[in-house]
Design a protein around this ligand. Structure first.
Ligand SMILES: [Zn+2]
Length: 255
């Protein structure tokens, strides 16, 4: 198993990261993809990825959208260029749009995302996308900038129709801890109805702590319970879902 989206480089894991990776290995969680969030975080992210042999993506999260995007985008382009031959660099992201986050004008978030979508296309990398209350705008941009490598809408929470719109454009849906919440009806309907090759499994650690989290926090150790829940909703065996999810992540990110 691979956690397709975990911020294991964040300070929250500084006190027990080595122990956590040992526990992950024992549970069959072999690795994780560490998404990039901002220029301030890249250096530590790359250090942790190298130290623990993790995959990573490079990008600027909309929560860290700078006032002037040009300097940050130039730094990102340079870093991707520098690391492009590293087979642990698997995507551009996480990038996207978040209407709940109002610190920057939405138009600046859009401009920042456009630049990252272009970078992904020119470097032939898939994208890891964050989208909160901005699905129409995101779908529009993904149509404007078609990426043959596709990508993932991480932390997906929508219903089957929205899911199908993304899948039609070649994107997968990242399913995380929200699946454990019986109140997440739309997402549970999506997971029950769509073909299992549409999904990736992720935790978004340390954010989005699920119901009944292992050690009361969000970490990749919660992945097995998410897989079991997807298998239950799909009415399939855990083993077959596990195999499919492994295949999905390997195919999208060319692992
Ligand atoms: Zn994230």
């Amino acid at each position: 198993m691979i956690d397709s989206h975990a911020h294991l480089d964040f300070d929250d894991f500084d006190h027990d990261r080595t122990q956590l990776f040992a526990d992950m290995k024992r549970q069959g969680i072999s690795s994780a993809i560490l998404p990039g969030v901002s220029s301030r975080h890249w250096s530590k992210q790359l250090t942790i990825a190298a130290q623990y042999d993790c995959y990573y993506a490079l990008g600027i999260h909309p929560w860290f959208c700078p006032d002037n995007i040009e300097t940050e985008v130039a730094a990102l382009a340079q870093l991707i260029e520098l690391n492009r031959k590293d087979n642990k660099l698997v995507a551009v992201g996480e990038c996207g749009l978040d209407k709940r986050h109002k610190q920057r004008a939405f138009s600046t978030q859009v401009a920042l995302l456009e630049r990252q979508l272009q970078l992904a296309i020119s470097h032939q990398l898939p994208v890891i996308l964050h989208s909160v209350r901005a699905h129409n705008e995101l779908l529009g941009l993904l149509k404007c900038y078609p990426n043959p490598k596709g990508g993932v809408i991480h932390g997906f929470y929508g219903g089957p129709e929205l899911a199908k719109a993304y899948i039609a454009l070649g994107y997968k849906l990242g399913v995380g801890g929200l699946i454990m919440d019986p109140k997440a009806k739309k997402l549970r309907e999506t997971v029950a109805q769509l073909a299992p090759d549409s999904f990736l499994i992720e935790t978004d650690s340390p954010n989005m702590t699920p119901i009944n989290a292992v050690n009361s926090r969000n970490s990749p150790l919660n992945i097995p319970s998410f897989v079991a829940e997807i298998a239950f909703l799909q009415n399939k065996s855990t083993v077959s879902i596990l195999e499919q999810l492994d295949e999905n992540v390997a195919q999208l990110f060319e692992l």
